[in-house]
Design a protein around this ligand. Structure first.
Ligand code: GLC
Length: 418
């Protein structure tokens, strides 16, 4: 009898521990005093954009749990960069490999299972940027195949025509190609949202050159934001000379904010004048910048994006590689960065986002930056949460607790009967 009481007490303790923590986290996306209702998402970068999946991620490929983690944090959109050109014939008829289509289908469906909207694009088509005229037909035939293949998918699948046009793909050529690609896609996908961006790596400065079809109201215009580049890309292996930028901070001074506002306002004013919705498809700071600066910049840019009704949504660059908000094995959240994107995430509690203070932030478990800097951001996490969250979040552990309880009762009853 005594044993039974102890066991019941123990089980109740576990359940109330889980339930109390579960219910204490806010569940909704929109902050108080924040009317933003657009998409909040993340890029699943470095996977299907690599020459072959796994090549840029130590053999790790996209799994179910990527989408589970993304959804449980509170995001509702995932942008999946895809190097289709590495999986299609080089010459006409430019057929895309069936097995690659199967793989992309699986990935999209995993996102849908978690109620996420999904953007797919054509990413890293570098040959097109170098030799646009000889790759134009291939680009269009790729879209013909992709758009036919996904024509019956729900409208939660969104097509982005091309990542970051640059180089020899000039404004004149790009304006022609995008019109022809849209005409092809619209044959079988009349109602799907399409995303198109300007040249110069989707830079706001090139928006004025972008010419879109007049009669299509379901086109969202994307831009990418990495300014100041020497801060966001410090130490980036693919940017030559970027090691010299290591140690650059973003302190959130008025002049730093003004510089961001200036570029952002170019996009916002363009959208107002052209009656278009905007998508901030990429923004982020590479791993070698000091964490507090990364958090300050990301918070500022994300908040700025959410302060304009022209914004349709944003996706942070990126989830679990060099700019990531999680480590690649999906064990640790960088909670400071997660909070800068989703302050009301069920996985985090944050106080104070922009008020100067003298305290040093409690750096997240993934922080590997060396050196120190004076913080102007202060974060507080409930201690119980920070102890456990590096491995499981409460939301993840709750089903386990609920499963264990009846099993324990069953075996205890059996032992007592004996
Ligand atoms: C672009 C590139 C991607 C890179 C990112 C940040 O999207 O395609 O590979 O990581 O910008 O530089």
């Amino acid at each position: 009898m005594r044993l039974r009481n102890e066991v019941i007490f123990f089980i109740s303790l576990i359940i109330s521990f889980g339930v109390s923590n579960y219910s204490s986290y806010p569940r909704c996306h929109v902050l108080e005093n924040n009317s933003y209702s657009g998409y909040r998402g993340v890029n699943l970068g470095n996977f299907l954009e690599a020459p072959s999946e796994g090549e840029w991620s130590n053999g790790i490929i996209i799994q179910k749990k990527h989408f589970y983690r993304i959804a449980s944090a509170g995001f509702n959109l995932v942008r999946i960069p895809i190097r289709w050109n590495a999986h299609a014939m080089a010459t006409s008829p430019y057929t895309i490999n069936d097995s690659f289509f199967d793989r992309v289908d699986w990935v999209i469906n995993q996102g849908f299972t978690q109620n996420l909207s999904i953007i797919i694009n054509i990413h890293h088509y570098n040959e097109l940027m170098d030799h646009p005229e000889s790759h134009k037909d291939r680009l269009l035939v790729l879209w013909q195949q992709i758009s036919q293949h996904y024509q019956n998918y729900s409208n939660n699948l969104i097509f982005e025509i091309l990542n970051e046009p640059y180089g020899n793909l000039t404004n004149t050529l790009w304006n022609q190609y995008l019109q022809e690609a849209i005409d092809i896609i619209r044959i079988a996908n009349p109602n799907r949202t399409l995303i198109v961006g300007p040249t110069d790596w989707n830079n706001v400065w090139a928006l004025n050159e972008l010419i879109l079809p007049q009669n299509d109201s379901n086109i969202v215009v994307t831009f990418h934001f990495y300014s100041p580049f020497e801060f966001t890309h410090q130490g980036a292996e693919w940017v030559s000379g970027s090691n010299a930028w290591l140690g650059k901070n973003w302190n959130g001074s008025q002049s730093e904010k003004d510089a961001i506002n200036y570029e952002f306002d170019i996009a916002i004013n363009w959208a107002k004048a052209n009656n278009k919705r905007l998508f901030l498809g990429e923004f982020g700071v590479y791993q070698y910048a000091f964490t507090n600066s990364r958090i300050r910049w990301t918070t500022y840019v994300r908040t700025k994006a959410e302060s304009h009704p022209e914004m349709w949504g944003w996706t942070y660059w990126e989830f679990c590689a060099g700019f990531g908000i999680m480590d690649s094995s999906l064990t640790y959240w960088n909670k400071g960065l997660l909070g800068s994107l989703l302050p009301d995430s069920p996985l985090i509690i944050i106080t104070n986002t922009d008020t100067p203070s003298t305290t040093t932030s409690s750096l997240p478990a993934t922080d590997t930056t060396t050196g120190s800097e004076n913080s102007t951001v202060s974060y507080s996490m409930s201690t119980s949460q920070s102890n456990i969250s590096s491995v499981f979040t409460y939301l993840e552990i709750l089903p386990i607790l609920l499963l264990i309880s009846p099993i324990t009762v069953f075996y205890t009853k059996r032992r007592i009967r004996k």
